[in-house]
Design a binder for this molecule. Structure first.
Ligand SMILES: O=C(O)c1ccccc1NCC(=O)[C@H](O)[C@H](O)COP(=O)(O)O
Length: 421
């Protein structure tokens, strides 16, 4: 049995010093000069009662802290920053250590679980602390994101604190458009063309490449992708880093696009799964570098209840082995983009599908999806020979004048359904 005790801090050995500060800017403002009122950050549990249990209709499962992986247990997706931990900052004794201590210990429970590389929140708490009447800004390794994915995830956790409560999604969820078969669409496309099925990405910008397309019309782009043979679409919904929007999902659906839609979001909280569904998503992305196994299992269960597929994304062998150990995974995305350097190397797909791993994927009937950095027909055949049955492509299409027409160039032939008729 697997246990994940996020938030239950292991006792600090006596006398163990806090991690050394690498950069520090002390004593910026007197308390009376601070602009924003200070808020206690408490975890926001979503439970079945809050979501309308007993009032009929589908009841979203409880979202609370995970203790076991039994059927009843669920993983945490709420912030482990407790009110007590935040309150501990109010010592007035000139030492911000208690808040750092509590936050560091809580985060230490997360970092390293299953070997995940992305810390879900600042280890030493937010850079701004209050000590008595003073506000301190302490920047150190523990509260500075180490790479862009970590930065995105921290911002996403903060975004989640502003979300509507889950019970408010219940009504709209009942009126969500029916789910389409994401997995089935990929399989059908592969069977029809003999080439990897295309998940074409509707993406305006990215942290690594900046704005990819100025005249960005998500609905038109989706329509031309569909017409030219995309099996499914991936729609970026993150606003801050990708200039995406959840509104693109329902706009594309309402325009009559039939391709199943992947909600390309940085999911850290079960709430996002419900929201994606009510906006018309047929599938969601779960990133193994961000989510411990128990969270992935929990989210897979919710996806199943909602009828959505999950594309579980891995970057390296370790993540691949974790994900292969999880029951119910049907789609594994292999991202060729290095999280630290942004460099793209499509041989990552080949490396991760070699030997036993590739055999396991084939035996389990999992569809492997090659993601990122695919620009030419040679790239497509390279990842196909490695074993993928689908590819996820953004930049190389979206930058072309007509992103749909660019699909034939990418595959070296017309793969539109019309061409097959
Ligand atoms: O694209 C980025 O810069 C990026 C940075 C950090 C995390 C994720 C990022 N991209 C998400 C993706 O995985 C890609 O959008 C997707 O695989 C398509 O890649 P590409 O064809 O290279 O645009």
């Amino acid at each position: 049995m697997e246990a994940l005790a996020i938030g239950s801090a292991p006792p600090r050995p006596p006398g163990l010093a806090l991690p050394p500060l690498t950069r520090h800017h002390h004593l910026l403002l007197h308390r009376s000069q601070t602009l924003a009122p200070r808020r206690l950050v408490a975890s926001a549990p979503m439970d079945a009662a809050a979501a309308g249990a007993g009032r009929g209709g589908p009841v979203p499962p409880r979202c609370a802290r995970a203790e076991t992986d039994s059927e009843d247990a669920v993983a945490t997706t709420s912030s482990p920053h407790s009110a007590e931990a935040e309150g501990a900052a109010e010592q007035g004794n000139g030492a911000p250590a208690p808040v750092a201590d509590a936050a560091a210990a809580a985060a230490a429970d997360v970092v390293g679980v299953d070997g995940i590389r992305i810390r879900r929140r600042p280890v030493t708490g937010p850079p701004v602390h209050y000590v008595g009447p003073f506000q301190f800004r302490l920047e150190n390794e523990g509260n500075t994101p180490r790479n862009i994915l970590e930065r995105i995830v921290w911002d996403k956790e903060a975004e989640m604190k502003e979300r509507r409560p889950l019970y408010m999604l219940k009504g709209p969820l009942e009126n969500a458009p029916p789910v389409r078969d994401f997995f089935g669409a990929l399989k059908a496309s592969f069977d029809r063309t003999g080439l990897p099925a295309l998940i074409a990405e509707v993406k305006k910008a990215s942290p690594s490449r900046g704005v990819l397309r100025e005249d960005f019309e998500p609905v038109q782009i989706a329509q031309t992708y569909e017409k030219n043979g995309a099996a499914c679409l991936s729609v970026l919904t993150d606003a801050k880093y990708f200039q995406g929007s959840f509104d693109y999902l329902d706009a594309i659906r309402n325009a009559g696009v039939q391709c199943p839609l992947l909600c390309k979001e940085f999911i850290v909280d079960a709430w996002q799964l419900y929201y994606a569904r009510l906006k018309g998503a047929d599938a969601v992305l779960l990133i193994a570098a961000v989510l411990p196994d128990l969270d992935i299992k929990y989210m897979l269960k919710i996806c199943k209840i909602l009828g959505m597929a999950a594309l579980v994304e891995v970057h390296d062998e370790r993540e691949m082995d974790r994900v292969l150990g999880i029951d119910g995974v049907q789609l594994i995305g292999i991202n060729n983009r290095n999280l630290e350097t942004f460099q793209v190397d499509i041989s990552n797909t080949k490396n991760l599908l070699e030997g036993e791993r590739g055999q396991t994927i084939a035996q389990k009937g999992i569809i492997a999806v090659g993601e990122s950095g695919l620009f030419t027909p040679e790239h497509i055949s390279f990842v196909q020979s490695a074993g993928v049955k689908a590819v996820l492509v953004g930049e190389s299409l979206i930058k072309q004048e007509d992103p749909g027409k660019a699909i034939a160039g990418l595959f070296g032939k017309d793969i539109s359904p019309v061409s097959a008729a």
